[in-house]
Design a protein around this ligand. Structure first.
Ligand SMILES: Cc1cc2nc3c(=O)[nH]c(=O)nc-3n(C[C@H](O)[C@H](O)[C@H](O)COP(=O)(O)OP(=O)(O)OC[C@H]3O[C@@H](n4cnc5c(N)ncnc54)[C@H](O)[C@@H]3O)c2cc1C
Ligand SMILES: NC(=O)c1ccc[n+]([C@@H]2O[C@H](COP(=O)([O-])OP(=O)(O)OC[C@H]3O[C@@H](n4cnc5c(N)ncnc54)[C@H](OP(=O)(O)O)[C@@H]3O)[C@@H](O)[C@H]2O)c1
Length: 251
């Protein structure tokens, strides 16, 4: 049996010229919220492998169809530009299963869960926050989405839906680094942690004794935020050595 499952594109949202969400019907593909699957298209002639595949986080909640993936086209990237050209009715291939430990069940208990994302790193948090688990495990959840331009603050309706479902328990903090935008914090996440703006906007302390932080997106952001959190006594969480920080990097 081929390891690839053929899915069908049923929707394609163009948020900006570079940001896309692809909806793919593939009921046999299953995952846990926060995990990533693999999307693939036939490899160009002469390639070693039959398929050209890359990992992508699931954005939809487990058990729902269609699956959804949020991605950015990378200049000269071999797969992302081809995914961006897909239209409803086209075929795209997926692995049957999913991978990754960036899931709520891997997290230790804490009072506050901080979900810190840049760009398309938002995706897995939307899946996680559409399940019951984080709301049972944490009293409060803060979602931070940091982007360059205000037009990249995507998924407003889904985030509003999460806020409505969990009023009083959820805080959303948009950040925009390269232009002023009303309602958004300016600059980068690590600076907003160091100077206290993130905590003051959330109205919550970000500390080793009350918080767990999940970081997803740009690997440099993940490094810099880990350094900022280390200064607060927060360290990487591992199964054998519990900590307060869980990370996923995209490249
Ligand atoms: C666990 C995991 C989950 C991922 N989930 C997503 C996701 O949900 N959405 C998504 O857009 N990407 C995601 N990625 C990245 C994705 O797999 C591809 O690398 C990306 O779509 C580019 O593919 P490509 O073939 O066009 O170029 P590639 O040959 O894969 O990458 C070329 C270069 O582009 C840069 N790059 C790769 N991904 C990104 C990105 N997302 N943002 C900015 N620069 C990037 C890197 O410098 C990389 O070396 C994930 C990666 C991993 C490891
Ligand atoms: N967004 C665009 O307009 C654009 C246009 C052409 C190509 N690209 C390319 O597309 C890819 C993805 O771009 P993207 O804008 O989605 O993602 P990105 O470059 O990761 O930027 C998203 C957010 O992360 C911040 N950031 C970057 N490095 C950080 C760090 N070390 N610590 C904390 N925060 C950090 C950025 O702040 P800063 O603004 O301060 O960097 C920005 O607010 C990049 O490879 C980029 O070169 C982007």
């Amino acid at each position: 049996m081929s390891k690839w499952v053929q899915g069908k594109v049923v929707g394609h949202r163009h948020w900006t010229d570079r940001l896309h969400s692809l909806q793919v019907a593939a009921p046999e593909v299953t995952f846990v919220a926060g995990q990533f699957g693999r999307l693939a298209l036939p490899a160009p002639p002469g390639a070693k492998e039959e398929m050209l595949g890359r990992p992508y986080s699931f954005v939809n909640a487990p058990g729902t169809q269609p699956h959804e993936f949020y991605f950015v086209t990378v200049p000269e990237g071999p797969l992302s530009a081809r995914l961006a050209a897909l239209v409803p009715g086209d075929a795209v291939w997926l692995l049957r299963g999913a991978n990754g430990f960036f899931t709520a069940s891997e997290l230790p208990d804490a009072e506050v869960l901080w979900c810190l994302s840049t760009g398309t790193g938002l995706g897995p948090f939307l899946s996680i926050l559409r399940t019951a688990e984080p709301w049972a495990k944490f009293q409060r959840v803060v979602l931070v989405l940091a982007v360059r331009q205000a037009g990249e603050l995507t998924y407003g309706e889904v985030i509003a839906g999460i806020a409505a479902a969990h009023a009083g328990a959820f805080v959303y903090i948009p950040m925009v680094s390269r232009e002023a935008h009303p309602g958004a914090l300016a600059g980068r996440i690590p600076d907003a942690i160091r100077d206290g703006r993130l905590e003051s906007r959330a109205g919550l302390a970000l500390a080793a004794d009350n918080s767990h932080a999940m970081l997803c997106g740009n690997p440099q952001m993940v490094d810099d935020v880990q350094n900022a959190l280390q200064a607060r006594g927060m360290r990487r969480h591992r199964r054998r050595e519990p900590g307060q920080v869980t990370v996923e990097t995209y490249w």
